[in-house]
Design a protein around this ligand. Structure first.
Ligand code: SAM
Length: 226
C-alpha cells in the first residue's frame, strides 16, 4: 500500500520538530561552547539584536577600552573596534582559540589596529581590576558553566560607573531569560539601567555603580568570591 503524500510530509515534519526540540533540550542540559563547525547557527540574520541595538546601549566612544566576551566570528567585534578608533582598544576573550583567530584575521582590514585577543574563560578573566570602560557579551552566558562567577568577574574588571551589555535571542538554544540575567547581574552588584527588544531577542544594560553611590563601605568587589 502506498503512503499518502500528506502522511509522509506529516511524519517528516514531526521528526524534524522532534529533533529540533530534542536538540534544544540536550543543549540546555549540556553547557558546551558553540563549536567552529556549528558556526552556521550564529550566521543567521538577527533582526532583534542588531549592531545598531548594541551601539544604542553600549555607546562605545573613541579612546575607550572595551571587553567583548565570546566574540565567536566577530559579528559585533569589528564594528565596535572601529568605533573605538586608534586611541581605543577592544579586548576579545574566548575559550576557543579558533574563534579568536577567525576574528583577528577579519580585523586585518580595520584601519585602527586596536583589537587584542586573549584565550580564557569568563569565569576567571586574565585582566586587572577596573580596567574596562565597558564590556559586552551576546549569546554567551547560557554556554558558561558558572554564570554567577562570570558576572562577578565582569564586575571586577569594569571600572565604577562603567557599563555591561548582555544580548540574548531565543533563536539560540542556550537563551537566558531577562529575569534570570537580571538576578545574576544584581547578585554580582550591577544596577539595571535599560533594555531594548522583547524577551525573544533583547539587549540589557547594567551599570557598575560609581564609588560615590557605594559610599564609605566601598569595596573593590561587591560580592566576595568564594
Ligand atoms: C553562540 S557563540 C556567540 C558568538 C558571538 N557573540 C555572536 O553573537 O555571534 C558563544 C561564544 O562564547 C564562547 N564561550 C563559551 N563559553 C565561554 C566561556 N566560559 N568563556 C569565554 N568564552 C566562552 C564560545 O567559544 C563562542 O565563541
Amino acid at each position: 500500500m502506498k503512503a499518502r503524500p500528506w502522511t509522509v510530509a506529516g511524519a517528516t515534519a514531526a521528526i524534524a520538530i522532534g529533533a529540533a526540540i530534542g536538540g534544544t533540550v540536550w543543549r540546555r542540559r549540556h553547557r558546551d561552547p558553540l563549536s567552529y563547525t556549528e558556526r552556521f547557527r550564529i550566521q543567521i540574520p538577527r533582526p532583534l539584536i542588531t549592531r545598531g541595538h548594541l551601539f544604542e546601549l553600549l555607546d562605545p566612544r573613541p579612546g575607550e577600552r572595551i571587553l567583548e566576551v565570546g566574540p565567536g566570528f566577530g559579528y559585533y567585534s569589528l564594528a565596535v573596534a572601529d568605533r573605538l578608533g586608534p586611541k581605543g582598544k577592544l579586548d576579545i576573550l574566548d575559550i576557543q582559540p579558533r574563534m579568536l583567530r577567525h576574528t583577528l584575521h577579519a580585523a586585518r582590514r580595520l584601519p585602527a589596529r586596536n583589537l587584542v585577543a586573549a584565550c580564557g574563560r569568563v569565569e576567571a578573566l586574565p585582566y586587572r581590576d577596573e580596567v574596562f570602560d565597558g564590556a559586552f557579551l551576546v549569546t554567551v552566558l547560557g554556554e558558561v558553566n558558572d554564570p554567577a562567577a562570570a558576572m562577578r568577574e565582569l564586575y571586577r574588571v569594569i571600572r565604577p560607573g562603567g557599563r555591561l551589555v548582555v544580548g540574548e535571542t531565543l533563536a539560540d538554544p542556550d537563551w537566558v531569560s531577562p529575569q534570570s540575567l537580571h538576578r545574576l547581574a544584581a547578585a554580582a552588584g550591577f544596577r539595571f539601567e535599560s533594555r531594548t527588544g522583547p524577551q525573544l531577542g533583547y539587549f540589557s544594560k547594567f551599570i557598575r555603580p560609581p564609588r560615590e553611590e557605594l559610599g564609605p563601605h566601598y569595596v573593590k568587589s561587591a560580592v566576595k568570591t568564594p
